[in-house]
Design a protein around this ligand. Structure first.
Ligand SMILES: Nc1ncnc2c1ncn2[C@@H]1O[C@H](COP(=O)(O)OP(=O)(O)O)[C@@H](O)[C@H]1O
Ligand SMILES: [Mg+2]
Length: 251
């Protein structure tokens, strides 16, 4: 069984950027076979990683409605197309979910897609999933059983409230989440007292604070994948030390 890791939180707080760092950590420590999953409909994990996407699950699902080639069953076509949707890169694969599931006539296609995605997941040791800002994804299949759930915020009140809402929702939905990791990202200097009070009041204990990092901004502005920021960037150092603790690897 693969170890399942998912990342969630308010929009613009750094989910995709930090997902890239988790993937980089697993790849550079050679911890096993890694599947990155972009479950955001505005998918941009590939931009952070710096790779091209050929196909998405949404696109595959669309094609399945009418495009089955002569001599092929719909089932074997789905299996083939899902295999084909896996984008291979250096040390990991990327699966992009694309547009969300439709209604009605898509039912059969959805069921088949889910079945073959499950088969596919079995081929990996780590699944790392980047999610969209909303919380709708939390009731979906892929976020149900998680080994590590990274919840990201910036130091804003609304971002921190979202952490609390995500935690409460996980309880309400009876999700099976083994470990919650809370990250407050994009911190400028010291955390102020009001924020500290807020965290205390709501029982939120961040596992780590990550500073606003000009290296990330620089790469972002130049359109360079932040996956490739230098080893000595402060955000990457902070993230790696947290991941070292979590995964107990020595590097
Ligand atoms: N620690 C950081 N320092 C500076 N910029 C950051 C940091 N973390 C994220 N960013 C920037 O913030 C913006 C939003 O990040 P992104 O990862 O796309 O967030 P999300 O996936 O949560 O919407 C991007 O421009 C990204 O480069
Ligand atoms: Mg994102």
């Amino acid at each position: 069984m693969a170890l399942k890791i998912a990342v969630a939180g308010k929009g613009g707080t750094g989910k995709t950027t930090l997902t890239g760092m988790i993937i980089r950590y697993l790849v550079s420590n050679k911890l096993g076979r890694i599947l990155a999953v972009d479950a955001d409909t505005n998918s941009n994990l590939n931009e952070v990683l710096g790779i091209e996407v050929k196909e998405t699950i949404g696109g595959t699902r669309e094609k399945m409605k009418n495009d089955v080639p002569v001599g092929m069953t719909r089932e074997s076509f789905v299996e083939y197309k899902i295999q084909e949707s896996v984008n291979e890169s250096d040390g990991y694969d990327l699966l992009v979910m694309g547009t969300p599931e439709g209604q009605g006539c898509y039912c059969a296609a959805n069921t088949m897609c889910k079945r073959y995605i499950d088969v596919l997941l079995d081929n990996y040791d780590y699944i790392v999933m980047d999610n969209e800002a909303g919380m709708e994804h939390m009731s979906r299949l892929l976020t149900k059983d998680l080994d590590y759930f990274f919840v990201i915020s910036d130091p804003s009140r609304r971002g921190l409230m979202t952490i609390k809402r995500i935690k409460d929702l996980a309880v309400d939905l009876k999700l099976n989440i083994k470990n919650f990791i809370v990250i407050v990202n994009r911190v400028r200097g010291e955390i102020d007292n009001a924020t500290k009070e807020f965290l205390k009041e709501h029982g939120i204990t961040p596992d780590i604070y990550i500073q606003e990092d000009e290296k990330i901004s620089e790469f972002d502005m130049l359109g360079k994948p932040t996956y490739a920021i230098p080893e000595d960037s402060k955000s990457l150092i902070a993230m790696n030390s947290l991941l070292n603790k979590i995964f107990r690897a020595n590097n």
